[in-house]
Design a protein around this ligand. Sequence first.
Ligand code: SF4
Length: 203
Amino acid sequence: MKKKFAINGGISFGSKLNARQLLTIAEYLEENQELELTTFQQLYVELREDQEEKALQAFKEAGLSVYPVGNFVKSLRTCNFCKGSEEEGMPVAKEINARIAGRPVPFTVRAAYTGCAVGCGEPLANDIGIMKIKDTYNLYVGGKAKGIDAQLGTLVLEKAQPDQLYQAIDRVIDLYAEEGKKREPLAKFVHRYGIEELQGLFR
Ligand code: SF4
């Protein structure tokens, strides 16, 4: 039996893989096996049960990040940090990713981060969006890029410092994990819970 995993090169300047990482992945693919490239800066790879442990260790050693596939928070999608790591808050993005990626939730959660107001990471079109503006961070929730009911996320926290931001994101995910219905998307949950109530949690 095979199990699907999502992998990428972690949070850095753009979504890139180096030659060693590509070779490591290829080692665990059968000749005609395909690798699926998702829209969320992840590759899906299917591993046989008997090769899983060895492959995951090899991926880790090659500097790849591995995440579960399904009803979990996905790894954080980011912009390319074109103005530099510190200025665009890459350490904050890494911390957010470490805290939330892979957390079990009622339905897949997409979170996106962008280092300035240009918004290349498309934070407003995702379940959870973070936008760095000068030295502070805005948090948006409930964005939805797909479907005829596509919508932008709503600002629930403005001009936050990193610690406030981490706590607010944790709170949103905790709430959704506890009170969201099975397969209820976060955007739907947020409206059922009430945007004002949600904003009130962070005042
Ligand atoms: S969002 Fe800003 S920092 Fe990030 S890639 Fe776009 S322009 Fe550069």
